[in-house]
Design a binder for this molecule. Sequence first.
Ligand SMILES: Cc1cc2nc3c(=O)[nH]c(=O)nc-3n(C[C@H](O)[C@H](O)[C@H](O)COP(=O)(O)OP(=O)(O)OC[C@H]3O[C@@H](n4cnc5c(N)ncnc54)[C@H](O)[C@@H]3O)c2cc1C
Ligand code: HEM
Length: 445
Amino acid sequence: MRLSGLRSTLQDRRTPVPPSAPSTVPSSAPSSVPRQARVPAPGHPSAAPAASASDPLTPQQIALLRASVAAVSPQAGELTVYFYAILFARYPAVRELFPVDLDVQRDRLLRGLLRIVDLVDDPDNLVRFCTHLGRDHRKFGALSGHYPAVGECLLASLERYAGPAWTPELAQIWTTAYGLVAQVMSKAAEDDALLGPAVWYAEITRHVHRGHGIAEITVQPETPYPYLAGQYASMETPWAPRAWRYYSPAHAPRPDGSLTFHVRAVHGGQVSPALVEQAAAGDMVRLGPAQGGMTLDPDSGRPLVCVAGGTGLAPIRALVEHAARTGSERQTNVFVGARTAMQLYGLDDMLRMSQRHHWLSVRAAVSDERIAGLEGTLPQVLAEFGPWYRHEAYLSGPVDMVTQAAYTLLRQGVPQQRIHHDPFDVPALEAALLPRRMAAHLAAG
Ligand SMILES: Cc1cc2nc3c(=O)[nH]c(=O)nc-3n(C[C@H](O)[C@H](O)[C@H](O)COP(=O)(O)OP(=O)(O)OC[C@H]3O[C@@H](n4cnc5c(N)ncnc54)[C@H](O)[C@@H]3O)c2cc1C
Ligand code: HEM
């Protein structure tokens, strides 16, 4: 499909992208950062590209766009480093929106742009993706006025690494495509600002070590935090400002609004070790809006099969609690897995729940130990107890476990649209496109 389709989809969503940014704009940066963040001064020598959306892209232009990405992709790492270097040199105020240590996530923004190129002839998914991304960028403190700066530096980076393949025509194509995307993202953020805050401040009220590097952390948001059982939140901590990570509340929404997360410390991680080892009652964190489609369909009466590995149990527990509260009594089979019996985190709690609810059955699987009745990987045990072709499936945990469990279920005739799981990677890069991504992942495997 041509970009003209996208253009008409975008027409009524369009807002003008300012040709140059205002000199000061309100910021939603963390409390350690001044509330007024300075952004590019008007008339900067490297003027931002005009975000013109007037010319739709033809299939030929889309092919050129993709060819340019293919040309620079062997040097994606260098391009990303260069992009951030010139962005921060030309627009120093933008630096404070990004985490101090960009190493782990440095490629995220570029991967977002590559995803856009991937979707450029799929207008519905492109608009969905950009809308989601634009809303999510509110928590980073990104404002409409920042888009021209990012666009300018992106084009400069592409030009440098594309070499002689970079032509005025290609520059125009990129300007058009980037302009459309920036408009959708900015408009989505503006619309979302009318509906709710960009972030929720929350105080840690309880911190309990559960062994094996896992802590249960309860926070009390200052204002009500809306979410559905099975969704996840993004969190920023005082120990790694502006480094956002995702954690799933381990329960259905509570009347007092508190949230409990199960966090496992990842060796060498920027955020999780501090949350597990340093965090204490009284510390403040910030939460981004809840995301994720791994929720229960109230109109489906199908039985449920849930597979949880490690802290992946958190959203599964939330779903079970939600099912109990609604009184739906859908037959629910939960499989909890770990390498060793010692690591079977949260099993006792789930077994207690199963004693209270006749419709809930809980089974454990241990892959690296020989224990009668428990032996096997989660997918093996799942296969043993099937078939599950009548069920709605919810999978949460390490990528390999989720992928293998999905294979098992597909082989048993569960249609793909009834297999639900969280994103494997950066949620913003997958959330709106999950069925497609799952298909790709399974095909690749
Ligand atoms: C949708 C979603 C929901 C999530 N829910 C939870 C949850 O409820 N509880 C929870 O504890 N975590 C959860 N996570 C993982 C969490 O968001 C972080 O990725 C994790 O805490 C590591 O962050 P970090 O800053 O400590 O490590 P980083 O600084 O991001 O990473 C440090 C190094 O560790 C590697 N690494 C990152 N994560 C892992 C991992 N899981 N295993 C092995 N190596 C890793 C990285 O590649 C990097 O090399 C979830 C992730 C997603 C996408
Ligand atoms: C077309 C334009 C843009 C695209 C495609 C894009 C894409 C992305 C993606 C995919 C992420 C990762 C999201 C996540 O981790 O959940 C991200 C993060 C981020 N973006 Fe953007 N972005 C764009 C524009 C901007 C602009 C204009 C700003 C403001 C300066 C900005 C600031 C940030 C920040 C601060 C982060 C978090 C830091 C990080 O994880 O690297 N982005 N962006």
